[in-house]
Design a binder for this molecule. Structure first.
Ligand SMILES: [Zn+2]
Length: 225
């Protein structure tokens, strides 16, 4: 016997049934008013194997922060892709990223803090280049760039136009971190979140609303704490 899928039902004034798979693994069935529960149940059962396949695919792609143990074999994000953590002997740096993330096995009791430092260093290196490049495109002049391990604020722009970014940016897909960079660069001209500010962001990131939505839905999977 296969497992029965658990799902929630949302009734609305629609005319057809749709199955929604949420990023947290929840299954929601949207159905018109008046459709009997066993009809919905049959509908879901018919698509059960496809749904289960999709769910396991989603699970394998999402780093489950809350379940992370910081052990060998776990997957960690880097520039939007997932890399498996492997312990290794005789590597030059304590942590190296190639086809996988390799960590010197002598340091296996300290994985979490070493990974944080690794991400922060890589983010600093990446963002210095990327911000310079995007700033040239926009014509804005910034002061300094600093990367922190803050996880609440992804970016800030001070009154002196010094930019601060969270190390989480190195984990996100590049188009998402680009949005955050353009967002902070736009604050050089508009130090607020007025409609004028968002108009400016839209010039550089026409689909910035989708990027904001992505962040809202996904950021918790990236945080270390
Ligand atoms: Zn802002």
């Amino acid at each position: 016997m296969d497992d029965k899928i658990k799902y929630g039902i949302e009734h609305s004034k629609r005319t057809s049934i749709t199955i929604i798979l949420k990023s947290n693994g929840e299954v929601i069935v949207r159905a018109p008013y008046g459709i009997p529960d066993d009809y919905i149940d049959n509908f879901v059962r018919e698509k059960q194997s496809r749904i289960l396949k999709r769910l396991s695919l989603m699970k394998s792609r999402i780093p489950q922060t809350e379940l992370r143990k910081f052990e060998e074999g776990e997957e960690f994000p880097y520039l939007g892709k997932m890399y498996r953590l492997k312990l290794a002997e005789n590597i030059i740096d304590i942590i190296e990223i190639k086809d996988e993330i390799y960590l010197d096995s002598n340091y296996k009791h300290n994985i979490k803090s070493l990974l944080k430092a690794f991400y922060r260093d890589k983010a600093q290196e990446y963002l210095e280049k990327r911000v310079k490049h995007l700033a040239e495109k926009t014509g804005f002049t910034y002061g300094s760039i600093k990367v922190t391990t803050a996880e609440k604020r992804l970016g800030t722009c001070t009154h002196y136009n010094d930019l601060r970014f969270s190390y989480l940016l190195i984990m996100f897909p590049p188009e998402i971190s680009d949005y955050i960079i353009y967002h902070e660069l736009s604050h050089i001209k508009e130090k607020n979140h007025s409609p004028r500010f968002w108009k400016l962001v839209e010039v550089y990131v026409p689909d910035y609303k989708q990027k904001k939505k992505w962040l809202k839905e996904n950021i918790n999977h990236y945080k270390f704490f």
